[in-house]
Write a protein that binds this ligand. Structure first.
Ligand code: HAM
Length: 429
């Protein structure tokens, strides 16, 4: 006899998971608050596909970044085209901006999005292979006020979802005019010390010197802490721009921390960059969000020169903090009545009655899968509704329903078509 094949037990892939109740209540609160706030700030929603041409991220996010070189999910189609699961949202939004002629609309264009991103990372606390971002992108305005407004949005959003202890780290990376000179100064500094840095930093020296400042290795810290800062090598325009951003933040009384070691892990940034952290170190793994200005990306991806600035917030990490901080989320719906049914006919009419009540705006709870009246009355009691509506075989045949006042126990039989009217009368009393 052939051996019976063992049935496979399916599991979510490593680094991916289901979002389940009750956690989804925190997710809903965060996303709804984010969307409402974004609209209040004049942003409009955009959605882009989760799969794009891999080249978009190679040229957009940067070929030598960890995100693209180590973490991006590539898909090869049967025809040989290289696609990628988006590791971040910005390049897709830039593509959509160019492809759909958004540049010809009055600028700036302010867009927000929410959705899953994919990075093949080693899963650990706060790090997922499928994770969710809420992002903002503004196109067509180089003003420092927009950098500040994006940070203001983040500050308000965290406050609105009950997370007040956030820290904003900010820096300026300069522009193509001043960055090469800074890069040279940094290279000179590290070249003299290259025997004392970790192997990763030796590689960074060749490939991406700015990333030297991102090193977390213990042995590199003393060298890193003395390294030249980009803010000391900005051209006049970048210095003025950064000063203005900080002045706007001061005006808004938003506290920030000037962090000269902040470089961000994506290639497209110019001028302002920032990251948001939770105040109590160790409680939140990594940044809760990050962003900055990217004035050259639209042009580099084939569009007209268009200044831009944006942010993405890591929702998985923010929800984890909301849970840890026991942020209150929406309470149970405030049910007004409970539908008690008995027998198949009663069940059928109850379902119809539920529809009628719903349309009349009367929130009705039910337990249609239960058959015992006693069990149903117990739930009605627990929910604290004012009235139970009882529909048995007899009522179904007569076209009536019993309205039971849960407090006094008084019952009255009314025609089904009058039940909404009768209830409204009783609620008014
Ligand atoms: P990012 O810093 O790569 O920036 O990601 C933003 C946030 O996404 C991070 O601060 C973190 O909270 C969250 N995040 C990143 N990777 C993971 C992961 N594996 N698991 C959980 N959360 C994660 C960007 O993506 C840019 N597109 C931001 C931007 C928009 N810049 C300008 N516009």
């Amino acid at each position: 006899m052939p051996k019976k094949k063992k049935r496979k037990e399916f599991q979510a892939l490593k680094g991916m998971r289901d979002l389940l109740p009750p956690d989804t209540a925190w997710w809903d609160k965060l996303i709804k608050t984010g969307e409402d706030l974004a609209r209040d700030f004049g942003f409009q929603k955009i959605e882009t596909p989760v799969i794009e041409d891999a080249e978009l991220f190679i040229r957009g996010t940067g070929a030598t970044t960890d995100i693209v070189s180590k973490q991006m999910y590539f898909i090869k189609t049967a025809g040989g085209t290289s696609l990628a699961l988006r590791p971040e949202g910005t390049p897709g939004v830039v593509r959509a901006y160019m492809e759909n002629g958004l540049a010809s609309l009055p600028q700036p264009i302010k867009l927000f999005y929410f959705g899953p991103m994919f990075r093949h990372e080693q899963p650990q606390a706060g790090r997922w292979r499928q994770f969710y971002q809420f992002g903002l992108e503004v196109f067509g305005d180089s003003g420092a006020v927009l950098d500040a407004q994006i940070i203001q949005f983040c500050f308000n959003l965290f406050k609105a979802v009950g997370l007040k202890k956030i820290n904003i780290h900010i820096n300026s990376l300069g522009c193509p005019q001043c960055r090469p000179a800074y890069r040279r100064v940094l290279l000179d500094y590290y070249r003299y010390r290259k025997d004392r840095v970790c192997p990763d930093c030796k590689r960074r020296l060749k490939e991406n010197p700015l990333r030297l400042l991102d090193c977390k290795e213990e042995k590199c810290q003393p060298i890193k802490s003395q390294a030249p800062a980009s803010v000391d090598h900005l051209c006049d325009e970048c210095r003025k721009h950064f000063k203005e951003v900080l002045e706007f933040l001061d005006e808004l009384e938003i506290p920030y921390f000037l962090n000269s070691a902040l470089v961000r892990g994506l290639d497209y940034y110019t001028k302002t960059i920032f990251e948001i952290f939770w105040e109590e170190e160790g409680l939140a793994p990594g940044a809760l969000g990050g962003g900055g200005r990217y004035d050259n990306l639209v042009k580099e991806l084939g569009g007209k020169p268009t200044p831009a600035v944006g942010v993405a917030l890591g929702l998985d990490r923010i929800v984890a903090l909301m849970k840890k901080e026991e942020v209150k989320v929406g309470s149970e719906p405030n049910f007004k009545v409970f539908l008690v049914q008995l027998g198949l006919m009663g069940k059928k009419k109850s379902l119809k009655l539920f529809e009628k009540l719903h349309q009349a705006g009367i929130l009705a709870a039910e337990s249609l899968s239960r058959d015992s009246i006693k069990a149903q009355m117990k739930i009605a009691d627990k929910l604290g509704v004012k009235f139970a509506l009882i529909l048995g075989q007899q009522e179904a045949l007569d076209g009536t329903v019993i309205i039971r006042d849960m407090q006094s126990g008084v019952q009255e039989t009314v025609p089904q078509e009058k039940v909404v009217e009768e209830l409204k009368k009783r609620f008014r009393k």
